[in-house]
Design a protein around this ligand. Structure first.
Ligand code: IMP
Length: 429
């Protein structure tokens, strides 16, 4: 029985929450493997709307959920989210949530540094979520991070804390900030340690055991391939690998355990934060997409930039992300457009490209080559079968499949979970 990894095929915000929720009902376990509380997953369950940033989406339905070692964990954000969901009637216990004991922690000074750097960067700022994600990953790779397992040994942190604070105090001095107050930090950590440790386990063991018992595991990616630290629009990216390979490294399950890779793509394109966006529409059409699609960030509330579907970028994401099938979301947002456009290539200094160039200057310069198609006036909202879709909408989807060289496995036609057209069941593969 296949496991399934869900990853974003664009710049995040593709509507992963709904798809993951849809799949989570049939999974035995849901696992986050990268990112942190920068993610924003909105789940609509009946009358209730749940907004998750750190917790795996399965938690809302009581599916056992795991935060894998590839995630950077803010202990206070974890507590706040557990409490918020508790207030919404979702009880979370060590029975339903496991946190990998090797997760690096996001500490208050990571958040400070993220904000200080953004504020100092002027026009060059990344537009991060200011949650400390980048600085926490830097410390992980720099081998100075404090990890979940360290919370059980706070009195023995000496040399590790020395290295960590020496590094950060130098950075803070550059911003005119006082050094880290070690005693205050330790006191805060002592305060929260019991809470985090109550969920901590060697998650890789649990996952490998589940796998050997034939349990269905759903790996829940955050952000999108175009924000991947290696394959994205560097430097305007997040600080983790968002491709499906991380479902393995970020959990401790071998790559053969990952199975079907479902890439989520919106039927158009959006982006929050800075960075290149070839098909961005800074006109009435862009505004209309944003209004119809309610394009505001779940985490930061920022207005999302909007544009036409970019088949070049999604084809690239499908290739580097190892995507088996696409879930195309929010097709209903395009209802009523007289004409819809798809970007099929770029023009750069007189040449035509069928891929996105690596250099930021070239990325900013490329001009999209569009293919226009007639739109559809009928509504696709709430459709649950191909038969309910207007012929022109089907043509649009088929053309996208051809251009991205990847089949559509699911089509989502509204935020409601059941408004989904299933073409190929990822778990059945
Ligand atoms: P960071 O992950 O907070 O460091 O932000 C780096 C970039 O990734 C910024 O452009 C953010 O807007 C973007 N980003 C981070 N998380 C998400 C997400 O869940 N959805 C969309 N964009 C995100």
């Amino acid at each position: 029985m296949a496991n399934v990894a869900v990853i974003g095929a664009q710049w995040g915000d593709e509507g992963k929450g709904k798809i993951v929720d849809w799949l989570a009902e049939r999974a035995d376990m849901v696992v986050r493997f990268q990112g942190g509380h920068n993610a924003g997953h909105t789940l609509v369950v009946g009358e209730n709307v749940y907004k998750l940033s750190l917790l795996p989406s399965g938690i809302v339905r009581g599916t056992p959920s795991v935060i894998g070692n590839g995630v950077v964990l803010d202990p206070w954000a974890l507590k706040a989210e557990v409490e918020k969901l508790g207030a919404q009637g979702v009880a979370i216990s060590p029975e339903t949530l496991v946190v990998a004991d090797t997760c690096p922690l996001i500490l208050p000074f990571h958040r400070d540094l993220d904000g200080l750097r953004e504020d100092a960067s002027g026009a060059g700022k990344i537009g991060t979520t200011r949650r400390g994600i980048g600085p926490a990953y830097e410390d992980k790779v720099g081998r100075r991070a404090i990890r979940v397992c360290d919370l059980a040994h706070l009195d023995d942190l000496g040399p590790q804390l020395d290295r960590l604070t020496a590094h950060h105090d130098a950075l803070r001095a550059g911003f005119g900030e006082p050094p880290i107050d070690r005693e205050a930090l330790l006191a805060e950590l002592r305060d929260i340690a019991g809470f985090v440790l109550s969920f901590a386990q060697p998650a890789w063991r649990l996952l490998n055991e589940a796998r050997s018992r034939g349990r269905r595991i759903l790996f829940e990616g955050a952000q999108g391939v175009l924000l991947d630290i290696d394959h994205g629009t560097y430097p305007f990216v997040t600080s983790s690998n968002t491709v499906s390979g991380t479902a393995s490294a970020g959990t401790g399950i071998g790559p053969s355990g990952v199975g079907f890779v479902l890439g989520i793509a919106k039927a158009y394109t959006t982006r929050v934060g800075s960075g290149p966006f070839p098909t961005e529409l800074e006109d009435e059409t862009g505004t209309r997409l944003g209004e119809r699609g309610h394009e505001f960030g779940t985490v930061t509330g920022r207005k999302r930039r909007c544009g036409w579907f970019d088949a070049v970028l999604v084809r690239q994401s499908a290739a580097v992300g190892g995507i088996t099938g696409i879930a195309l979301t929010k097709i209903d947002v395009l209802d009523g457009f007289e004409e819809v456009k798809i970007c099929t290539g770029y023009r750069l200094r007189g040449e035509t490209l069928d891929y996105f160039p690596a250099h930021a200057a070239d990325q900013a310069l490329v001009e999209p080559v569009y293919e226009a198609m007639p739109g559809w006036s009928e509504s696709t909202a709430g459709a649950r079968s191909w038969a309910e879709l207007p012929a022109q909408a089907i043509k649009y989807v088929r053309r996208i499949e051809e251009l991205i060289r990847c089949p559509v496995a699911l089509l989502s036609t509204s935020p409601e979970r059941e408004d989904t057209i299933l073409v190929r069941d990822p778990f059945a593969d």
